[in-house]
Design a binder for this molecule. Structure first.
Ligand code: MN3
Length: 237
């Protein structure tokens, strides 16, 4: 482990590729980029556990980040090591995920999906998007309200545990769902594309505060969405 380096997963910094963006884990800029000893590192949350209250409570955030997401990160690295494929870029792993183990698929998805979920939320979030994203939303969904209804409906109707996503596919905006920890970068996704935003609808994301009322959690989520960040992802896609 002497040359062990960590992949920096700073979500905006670093060089990403056109299809995937920087979120997928860039190196620290050393010549050891993607060396076989690299591990994926859980990014910092960027705000306090209670920063999204009252919409998302501090206890949920703490457990979600420090237990669930940390667990996916640890198990993902362990599964990669077990398979002897540490150091491979996320975009390559996801693009060929059907060839890898369930542990890599589930924990790799859990690692990446939460990285994006934390970034899509902000204590300064809410309101409506501007710029290019506003134009695209109006083009593909008619209005922001229509988009909001459609995205909320997608999130509300994920059966069991999973995610809802806004993606860019062939230069068009689309709303999709994925089961478990799958994501739209995976070759197993029924619709693939570049993820712009996502909502976690696993019960661990809301049950402490909202119990079975997933719809209330989804309504609350709109108050914390960081539209500047979502717009930045559209620009980088
Ligand atoms: Mn989760």
């Amino acid at each position: 482990m002497d040359k062990r380096t960590f992949i920096k997963t700073s979500l905006m910094a670093g060089a990403g590729t056109l299809m995937t963006g920087p979120l997928l884990g860039s190196s620290k800029g050393t010549s050891e980029s993607y060396s076989s000893l690299q591990e994926f590192e859980q990014p910092e949350l960027g705000y306090a556990y209670d920063a999204l209250e009252p919409y998302i409570d501090a206890q949920t955030m703490e457990l979600h980040y420090s237990r669930h997401h940390a667990g996916y990160t640890r198990k993902f690295n362990a599964a990669l090591k077990e398979a002897g494929i540490s150091g491979r870029p996320l975009q390559d792993l996801f693009g060929n995920i059907s060839k890898y183990s369930e542990a890599i698929r589930n924990n790799g998805g859990g690692y990446f999906n939460h990285n994006l979920y934390w970034k899509v939320m902000s204590p300064n979030g809410g309101g409506q998007p501007g710029g290019k994203l506003k134009q695209r939303i109006e083009k593909y969904f008619g209005s922001f309200d229509d988009f909001k209804k459609k995205f909320s409906s997608a999130a509300g109707t994920v059966f069991g545990s999973g995610w809802a996503w806004l993606i860019l596919k062939n230069d068009q905006l689309k709303i999709i769902q994925t089961p478990n920890q799958d994501n739209p970068l995976m070759d197993v996704a029924h619709e693939k594309g570049f993820p712009l935003m996502c909502i976690d609808v696993w019960e661990h994301a809301y049950y402490l505060n909202y119990q079975n009322r997933r719809g209330e959690y989804i309504d609350a989520f709109w108050n914390v969405i960081d539209w500047n960040y979502v717009n930045q992802r559209l620009e980088m896609a």
